[in-house]
Design a protein around this ligand. Structure first.
Ligand code: PRP
Length: 183
């Protein structure tokens, strides 16, 4: 039989239908909150692309969006806490109402860095919308105003989230089998 990506998933944690319903709710809330202000979304490559693509299509207000990529110095980020800018935004955020769109807030290091950068660049306001929040792994304080789901400290993949760049195209969020990542 042809191997399937789904064979590596131990458990579906959040179904496609549950994601779709929650994205609609978040979009309704964001559309209400930004009814008076033009909204500029900043998607964090690469994990947030799928969430952002679905979210923007449910927003009923005019929006613009741009992307940024953040990475680590070597493989040791999680212990050193050092992050760096890999791909900058194309547009200025000065005086704009910015909403950072993330797939997951884990240690909080990425978000912390991004919030600092966007504030330095004089955005009018900066808020965060994260599909997933993994509070058990937090190392620095980082709170998202809009959160899709709070998840336990499992190795989650799908709907943009990867392991070794794979599984991003699964339409749901699942826990990876430990034998896949050597856990
Ligand atoms: C992941 C995720 C967030 C970040 C969260 O990105 O998309 O951007 O890590 O982790 P943190 O809270 O511990 O900083 P990753 O660097 O894996 O890149 P990717 O989006 O391309 O998968």
């Amino acid at each position: 039989m042809t191997p399937s990506l789904a064979d590596d998933i131990a458990e579906v944690l959040i179904s496609e239908a549950a994601i779709e319903a929650r994205v609609r709710e978040l979009a309704a809330e964001i559309s209400r909150d930004y009814a008076e202000n033009s909204l500029h979304l900043v998607g964090v490559l690469r994990g947030a692309t799928i969430f952002l693509a679905d979210l923007v299509r449910r927003l009923t207000i005019p929006v613009t969006f741009d992307f940024i990529a953040i990475s680590s110095y070597g493989a040791d980020t999680r212990s050193t806490g050092i992050v760096r800018l890999v791909k900058d935004l194309d547009e200025s955020v000065e005086s704009r109402h910015v909403l950072i769109v993330e797939d997951v807030v884990d240690t909080g290091l990425t978000l912390n860095y991004l919030l600092e950068v966007l504030r330095q660049r004089k955005a009018a306001s900066v808020e965060v919308c994260a599909l997933l929040d993994k509070p058990a792994r937090r190392r620095v304080s980082a709170a998202a105003k809009y959160v899709g789901f709070t998840v336990p400290d499992a190795f989650v993949v799908g709907y943009g989230l990867d392991y070794a760049q794979r599984y991003r195209n699964l339409p749901y969020i699942g826990a990876l089998r430990p034998e896949v990542y050597g856990g």
